[in-house]
Write a protein that binds this ligand. Structure first.
Ligand SMILES: Cc1cc2nc3c(=O)[nH]c(=O)nc-3n(C[C@H](O)[C@H](O)[C@H](O)COP(=O)(O)O)c2cc1C
Length: 193
């Protein structure tokens, strides 16, 4: 690793969405395992490692699709939209793997909840960078059932824990283009004295 290489990785990493994946082409489970190991090396306050991942692939993707679409139907009630239901059924099947991102709340130390969430977000950035380093595509979604209380137990999460979304992974058929960022001067103030 060199600074140049890392600068390139950090700046060229992009979200790649399911419609940009190569349909039906599976990523090796071994690669996903390495990606998840990298996630677990994220910084975390108090060494509590407050992440909990569930990896779906193969028939597991169908299980996730069925679960999330049915829970959405049950919970959305008057906000129900057929298009969302349909998407929740179909999107998972476009991915090779989906990692459900859970935050297991620290209970043994006095860590503010936001710091457990921040640690998991750091882990997700490791997933993003790892996927990019392997030449794969992926993105973090917080749509669908992410914030439904009733979703938690399906992912091994308890009342105090949080589901923080899903990371979709696949081989890239159509790369993402056109990313921009504001000039760094607009986002950073330097204090010299
Ligand atoms: C916490 C978080 C939640 C996100 N949720 C969604 C989402 O629900 N749907 C979506 O299309 N993208 C989602 N994204 C991905 C963003 O759309 C993406 O990061 C943004 O467009 C910038 O593109 P880039 O990742 O290629 O730099 C999310 C990203 C973050 C950090």
């Amino acid at each position: 690793m060199t600074p140049d290489l890392f600068n390139k990785l950090a700046r060229t990493r992009r979200s790649v969405f399911p419609d940009q994946f190569e349909p039906g082409k599976k990523v090796d489970d071994e690669i996903i395992n390495e990606v998840v190991i990298n996630a677990t090396w994220a910084p975390n306050h108090g060494q509590q490692q407050p992440w909990q991942f569930t990896v779906f692939t193969g028939e597991g993707l169908k299980k996730l699709a069925a679960f999330q679409s049915e829970l959405y139907k049950q919970e959305a009630v008057e906000l129900f939209k057929e298009i969302t239901y349909d998407k929740l059924q179909k999107q998972p099947l476009k991915a090779s793997h989906i990692i459900a991102i859970g935050m297991k709340r620290t209970t043994t130390k006095n860590i503010p909840e936001i710091e457990d969430i921040e640690a998991v977000a750091c882990a997700v950035q490791n997933i993003y960078l790892s996927v990019s380093a392997y030449g794969l595509g992926g993105y973090w979604t917080t749509g669908g059932i992410t914030y439904f209380e009733k979703a938690k137990s399906f992912f091994g999460l308890g009342d105090q824990d949080r589901l923080l979304g899903f990371f979709y992974i696949g081989h890239v058929a159509i790369p993402s283009t056109g990313a921009t960022r504001l000039p760094v001067e607009e986002k950073v103030n330097w204090v010299y004295v």
